[in-house]
Design a protein around this ligand. Structure first.
Ligand SMILES: Nc1ncnc2c1ncn2[C@@H]1O[C@H](COP(=O)(O)OP(=O)(O)OP(=O)(O)O)[C@@H](O)[C@H]1O
Length: 302
């Protein structure tokens, strides 16, 4: 399969801040990729370089085999970025007509409405009179105006309620089915897990994990054995077991964090700890994320 985006050893500095550090990424045509990471990890900077909106200090960026700045490339991409500034005095249908005119084979107004969930009544409103959710839909429609092959979304669902979020992702699913390549950043791990087949996890300007959501979860999260027990010494006993990383109690349940849940289970029986409701828990990606954010805050606090 061909790559639509290639970043080779790309770095970007803002003054002394190393926003992106020696990042290499190839993205295949037709894939849906989530760029995930805590605040300030370098996600927006990376997307901006993919789009040719920022120049890297080092490294090479190719979009559809060319420089992202070429008009022929721009004609085939669409982007919904965090700050949408549209001409406020214009009505929604005027904004869309204007954007459609920039492209050689734009989507029809009807298709744009159907794909983005804009209501017919919204079209007559002035852009600055739209609600937050409606503005997002307009941003979405602007991104799709040129019927792009590659679509970028930078935190597209921030501030949307659950229903609006679900509707947005249903629409994105339909774009995926049409074979579009989709790249999005998000803070919502659930979204990355549900709507991408690949997660690229950023931290401090570097890629710290890249793979299928399942693999990322398996590799980055730790598993645990949990159980309920009357045994007051259960934690002390389990802490002596090989492979156990830590033990703690929460809401009356003892958690034993380990990479080898089979071994911990056998030790639980060997040590004669009377336990009920025994479970094996796959760690959650949210925990990894919280840990990364926590590490960063600790580092910043000195
Ligand atoms: N124009 C700029 N000038 C100076 N520093 C910048 C600029 N843009 C980004 N940075 C810095 O570069 C780093 C990466 O920022 P970036 O916006 O790429 O992160 P992010 O992962 O998108 O974060 P968020 O999730 O908060 O949007 C941060 O330390 C940020 O403060």
């Amino acid at each position: 399969m061909s790559n639509v985006i290639i970043l080779e050893n790309v770095s970007k500095k803002f003054g002394k801040v190393q926003a992106v550090n020696n990042v290499s990424i190839s993205i295949e045509k037709g894939s849906a990729v989530a760029i995930l990471g805590p605040n300030g990890a370098g996600k927006t900077t990376t997307i901006s370089m993919m789009l040719g909106l920022l120049d890297p200090n080092e490294g090479k960026v190719e979009l559809l085999g060319k420089s992202p700045k070429q008009v022929a490339v721009r004609n085939k991409i669409g982007a919904m970025l965090q700050e949408v500034s549209v001409m406020d005095m214009l009505k929604v249908h005027e904004v869309l007509t204007m954007f459609r005119s920039y492209y050689s084979s734009p989507l029809s107004m009807e298709e744009l409405i159907a794909l983005t969930g804009l209501e017919k009544a919204d079209l007559k409103k002035k852009a600055d009179k739209l609600s937050g959710g409606q503005k997002r839909r307009l941003g979405f429609a602007i991104a799709l105006a040129g019927n792009p092959d590659v679509i970028f979304f930078d935190e597209p669902t921030v501030g949307l309620d659950t229903t609006a979020r679900r509707k947005f992702w249903n629409k994105v699913e339909s774009l995926k089915e049409k074979g579009k390549t989709i790249i999005f950043t998000t803070h919502y791990l659930e979204e990355a897990d549900d709507f991408s087949e690949r997660i690229i996890l950023f931290n401090n300007g570097e890629i710290i994990a890249d793979g299928e959501p399942e693999d990322i979860k398996r590799n980055l999260t730790t598993r645990s054995v949990s159980f309920e027990t009357e045994d007051q010494d259960a934690i002390a006993k389990m802490e002596t077991v090989d492979t156990v990383m830590r033990c703690y109690e929460k809401d009356g349940v003892v958690y034993v964090v380990t990479e080898d849940t089979d071994f911990v289970l056998s030790e639980l029986f060997r040590l004669n700890i009377s336990a009920k409701n025994i479970r094996i828990n796959q760690g959650r990606l949210d925990d990894v994320f919280e840990q990364l954010t926590g590490d960063k805050e600790e580092a910043e606090a000195g």
